[in-house]
Design a protein around this ligand. Structure first.
Ligand SMILES: Nc1nc2c(ncn2[C@@H]2O[C@H](COP(=O)(O)OP(=O)(O)OP(=O)(O)O)[C@@H](O)[C@H]2O)c(=O)[nH]1
Length: 337
């Protein structure tokens, strides 16, 4: 039977960083032969799909626009169509999909599109964001292009390209690490690329977030942190927390990813993805992915008030801080927000 679940990976990175190069290496790996690809290219005549050395069904080009601006509906329709053709047997039962964005795309709208109920209903789940970082253009690129920073900040994996051309990349690597302490950062793979399209582990509770020794004024507004608790929340309480979170902090929320232990079925955690005010329908796993059964919530945002979000979460977990209002005070007082 065909799995109803279709893990979707977003491949991002600035213009010329090496996305297509990586995609070709991925698709050459026999373990990834059953991968569908959606390529978005900016410009009238798309070329990238010609450069992807895999042809036939399952490679779709969206050209003449950018996914993050004009083509969101096209991406939605394309993915829905791929899933329908997979289900009907018109396409081979691909095991995953990779969406290569244009180099200029902000990643948030692409992630939001993936979270649309129609795509969740078709089986898609956001499995990971992979960003290629260009060591040759290095820090100058990050200083000049906010899109490049946003792409790297939301990634689960960062692959550093052109280190062979760049010389000493230590400062660039440190900048990447400071910009996104959660991501697995490594070189572009030559072979054995299949592991890149395995779904990344959720960070275990208490995982140390690296100190931020270097960051420029440009990056400083983007920060990532993790909330965690061993309290078990009721579904209703958790939903109210999410509602408060998106109401108050949605604007700056570049990415939200949670593995949650809920009271109704504590043995089956819920995975929830969000971007700004949009949240995907939650996915219930059959079991915990590892021994750590604490609720963990990763947030990446621009100008997020970390302290206020921690207070809000603590209030919903009934762990009010001494200097913060408790949940009753937050929800009973209509003037609180
Ligand atoms: N020397 C070297 N060249 C690389 C590396 N990665 C990519 N390139 C080259 O950089 C150029 C751009 O790579 P692409 O893979 O087309 O980059 P892209 O991110 O898909 O580019 P856009 O589609 O324009 O956004 C190509 O000529 C690649 O061969 C690397 O690690 N080392």
């Amino acid at each position: 039977m065909i799995s109803p679940r279709i893990p979707a990976f977003v491949l991002t990175g600035f213009l010329g960083a090496g996305k297509t190069t990586l995609l070709n290496r991925l698709l050459k790996d026999p373990a990834l032969a059953d991968t569908a690809v959606v390529i978005n290219e900016y410009g009238e005549a798309g070329l990238d799909h010609l450069l992807v050395e895999k042809s036939g069904d399952g490679v779709v080009l969206l050209s003449s626009g950018c996914l993050c601006c004009s083509l969101r509906g096209d991406l939605l329709d394309t993915l829905a169509d791929l899933a329908a053709r997979r289900a009907s047997g018109d396409l081979p039962p691909f095991a995953r999909v990779v969406i290569e964005t244009t180099g200029l795309a902000y990643p948030t709208p692409v992630l939001q599109t993936l979270m649309a109920p129609q795509l969740a209903g078709a089986g898609y789940v956001l499995a990971g964001v992979i960003a290629v970082a260009d060591a040759l253009r290095g820090e100058a690129l990050l200083d000049q292009h906010a899109e490049a920073i946003a792409q790297l900040a939301v990634a689960d994996r960062i692959l550093v390209s052109k280190t062979d051309l760049a010389g000493d990349s230590a400062a660039f690597m440190a900048r990447l690490r400071a910009l996104n302490p959660r991501a697995a950062i490594g070189p572009m793979p030559d072979a054995g690329a299949a592991a890149l399209l395995e779904e990344p582990d959720f960070p275990s509770a208490g995982a140390a977030v690296a100190a931020r020794p270097f960051f420029s004024a440009h990056d400083a507004a983007i920060a990532s942190f993790t909330l965690e608790t061993d309290k078990v929340l009721t579904p209703g309480r958790f939903v109210t927390f999410i509602d408060e979170l998106r109401e108050r902090f949605g604007e700056g929320l570049l990415r939200f990813k949670a593995l949650v232990r809920l009271a109704d079925e504590p043995g089956r955690p819920v995975v929830l993805h969000g971007v700004q005010h949009w949240f995907a329908p939650p996915e219930r796993l059959d079991a915990w992915p590892g021994p750590d059964r604490r609720t963990r919530i990763v947030m990446i945002g621009r100008d997020l008030d970390r302290r206020a979000i921690e207070d809000l979460f603590a209030a919903f977990c009934d762990e009010p801080r001494l200097d913060a209002p408790d949940r009753a005070a937050l929800t009973d007082n209509p003037l609180a927000f």
